[in-house]
Design a protein around this ligand. Structure first.
Ligand code: PMV
Length: 318
C-alpha cells in the first residue's frame, strides 16, 4: 500500500472571536502559508492493528497503545477508526508534522486533526464528507478548548473564507462559504507569547457570568461588526474593513483579552500605514492581523518585527 499524505492549512479569525462562542457570527479565513501534514505509511512486518505514531514537533514517538489514551492525537485516531468501523486496521506508521505555531490563534490543533482524519480515512479506503471531517475535528476541539464554537474546524476543513455562527443549543452550526469580491492583503504578526485558547475562553466566561448584561452587549456589537464585514467583503467594499477591524479591537480590549504586547504590535501596524488592525483568536498573546494595501504589506511586516513580532506572514484573502 502506498503512503498517503494529507495537509490542512492554518487559519485566522478576521472578525468575531469570543462573541462567536455566545452565538454571534464570525468570519475566519484559511492561511495557506502554514500547514499541518499527516503521512501514513505501511508498518512493514508489524501485526495487524499496530499503529506507530511519530510527532517530532512535540517529541512524541511511540506505539499508539503506549501513549496516554486521553492524548488528543490518540483520540482523533480512535475516532476515525470508530467512524470507519475498522478496529483492526493494517499496521501503519502515522507521522505528523506542522509549521503552524502552537497556541497562537492559528488553528494548529484543528489543522492537525483535519490532516489526520483525511489521511487516515483515505488510508482505510473510506471517503468522509467535509461535514463529517469537520464534525470529527470538532470533537477533538472540545478537548483543546473546552467550549469551542466550531469555527476553527470548519474553516480548516473547507479551506475557504467562512461566515460562521454556532447556532442554538443543541449545536446547529450555520456556515456560509464567502465569495470575496475583491481580494485583500493581511499581515499577521505573532507576539510570540503562547496563550492557550481554553484559558482566555474560560476567563471571558467568568467575566460574562459576573456581568451578563455588559458582556452580552459587547458580544452583540461584535456580531454586528461581523455582519457588516460580511456585506463589505461580499460587495467588494474593502475600504470599510479597516475601520471595522479597529472597532472590533476596541471591543476585544473592553472584554479584557488584549495585552500590552498585542497593543504595541497593533499600534506599530497602524503607524506603518495599515488600514486597520486587531488581535486574532483567543488573545492575550498569539497573533494580531493588519489590513494592508499590497504595496506596503512588506513594510508593515518589517515594522511589526521591529516592534517585537517573532514571526510575520503576509497572506492574500481571495
Ligand atoms: O485562538 P483560536 O484562534 O483558536 O481562537 C478561538 C476563537 C474563539 O472565538 C476565542 C474560541 C472559539 O471556539 O471560537
Amino acid at each position: 500500500m502506498p503512503a498517503i499524505t494529507a495537509t490542512a492549512p492554518g487559519k485566522i479569525i478576521l472578525f468575531g472571536e469570543h462573541a462567536v462562542v455566545y452565538g454571534q457570527p464570525a468570519i475566519a479565513v484559511p492561511v495557506n502559508q502554514v500547514k499541518a501534514r499527516a503521512i501514513i505509511s505501511p508498518g512493514i512486518g508489524q501485526p495487524r492493528g499496530s499503529i506507530y505514531l511519530q510527532a517530532p514537533d512535540i517529541d512524541l514517538e511511540d506505539n499508539l497503545e503506549d501513549i496516554p489514551q486521553d492524548h488528543p492525537l490518540v483520540i482523533v485516531i480512535k475516532e476515525v477508526l470508530q467512524e470507519t468501523g475498522i478496529d483492526q486496521p493494517p499496521a501503519m506508521i502515522i507521522r505528523i508534522t506542522s509549521t503552524i505555531p502552537v497556541a497562537a490563534g492559528l488553528g494548529s490543533g484543528a489543522a492537525v486533526s483535519v490532516a489526520i482524519i483525511r489521511a487516515l480515512s483515505e488510508y482505510l479506503g473510506v471517503l468522509l464528507s467535509d461535514e463529517r471531517v469537520s464534525n470529527l475535528a470538532f470533537e477533538v476541539e472540545k478537548i483543546h478548548h473546552g467550549t469551542p464554537s466550531g469555527i476553527d474546524n470548519s474553516v480548516i476543513t473547507y479551506q475557504q473564507p467562512i461566515y460562521f455562527s454556532r447556532g442554538d443549543v443543541p449545536r446547529s452550526p450555520q456556515m456560509e462559504i464567502m465569495r470575496v469580491k475583491k481580494p485583500f492583503t493581511l499581515v499577521i504578526g505573532d507576539s510570540g507569547i503562547p496563550s492557550p485558547t481554553a484559558k482566555t475562553v474560560g476567563d471571558v466566561r467568568k467575566a460574562w457570568q459576573g456581568n451578563k448584561t455588559a458582556y452580552q452587549g459587547l458580544f452583540q456589537q461584535i456580531g454586528r461588526i461581523a455582519e457588516n464585514a460580511r456585506t463589505a467583503i461580499n460587495t467588494g467594499n474593502n475600504d470599510l474593513l479597516g475601520p471595522l477591524m479597529n472597532a472590533n479591537q476596541e471591543l476585544l480590549e473592553k472584554m479584557g483579552v488584549s495585552s500590552p504586547e498585542l497593543a504595541r504590535l497593533i499600534h506599530a501596524a497602524l503607524e506603518a500605514g495599515a488600514q486597520g488592525a486587531k488581535l486574532s483568536g483567543g488573545g492575550r498573546g498569539g497573533n494580531m492581523i493588519a489590513l494592508a494595501s499590497p504595496e506596503i504589506a512588506q513594510q508593515i511586516a518589517s515594522s511589526l518585527s521591529e516592534a517585537g513580532a517573532v514571526r510575520t506572514i503576509i497572506t492574500e484573502v481571495e
